[in-house]
Design a protein around this ligand. Structure first.
Ligand SMILES: [Zn+2]
Length: 181
C-alpha cells in the first residue's frame, strides 16, 4: 500500500451513534484505536436514515474475522467485487475529482450506483488510522441489494461463522447481515 495516504480527521458520519463521538475501541478486543498508528475498519448500517448497527474492528480482529470465513466464500466475495467494481480506477478517479471530500465518496452505492438518499438500507465502510479516515479504496457505501447478493454467494458454513461473530459483537440484537470484506 502507498504510504503517502490522503486522509482527513474521521468525519461525523463515522462517529458512534451511541456516544456521539468517534469510535475509540475495537468491538472485539477492546484495544485503543486512538493509539497512534492503529489501523481499523468501521462498518455502520443505516435503515431509513437511522443507524441500525455500528462497530469498529482493529486490523488484527478484522483479519481474524475475515479469515474465519471459508476460503470458497472469500474467493466468491473477491470475484463479486472484481466483476462489479474497479477499485483502483475508482480510487484514482475519485481522488482526482473529489480529493478528500468524503461525502462524494459515500453518496452512491459503490456497486449499483444508487444515490444513498434514495436507498432504504445501506452499509457504510471506512478504513481509519487512529484519528483519521484514510482514502484507500474506502470510504464506500453498499446498498442492501448488494449485501443480499453477497450473502447469497456465501456458504452455509460462512453464514454460520458470520452469525456467531455478529452475536459476539452485538448480543441479542445481532443483525443478520453483517459482512466482513
Ligand atoms: Zn481488536
Amino acid at each position: 500500500m502507498d504510504l503517502h495516504h490522503d486522509y482527513i480527521a474521521v468525519p461525523e458520519v463515522f462517529w458512534s451513534f451511541e456516544t456521539g463521538k468517534p469510535i475509540s475501541h475495537c468491538k472485539l478486543c477492546d484495544c485503543d484505536l486512538m493509539e497512534p498508528g492503529t489501523n481499523y475498519l468501521i462498518e455502520k448500517a443505516f435503515k431509513n436514515g437511522e443507524t441500525i448497527f455500528e462497530h469498529a474492528l482493529c486490523l488484527s480482529c478484522y483479519t481474524e474475522s475475515h479469515q474465519s470465513m471459508s476460503e470458497d466464500s472469500r474467493e466468491k466475495i473477491r470475484d463479486y467485487f472484481a466483476e462489479h467494481v474497479n477499485m483502483d480506477e475508482r480510487q484514482n478517479i475519485f481522488m482526482e475529482q473529489y480529493g478528500t471530500e468524503h461525502e462524494k465518496w459515500i453518496d452512491h452505492c459503490m456497486v449499483k450506483g444508487f444515490p444513498v438518499r434514495e436507498i432504504e438500507e445501506y452499509q457504510l465502510y471506512g478504513f481509519c488510522i487512529d484519528k483519521d479516515l484514510v482514502f484507500s479504496g474506502a470510504p464506500y457505501v453498499l446498498c442492501g441489494d448488494v449485501i443480499e447478493e453477497i450473502m447469497e454467494l456465501l456458504s452455509a458454513e460462512t453464514l454460520g461463522t458470520m452469525n456467531a461473530l455478529s452475536q459476539k459483537l452485538f448480543g441479542v440484537d445481532a443483525p443478520h447481515d453483517l459482512l466482513m470484506f
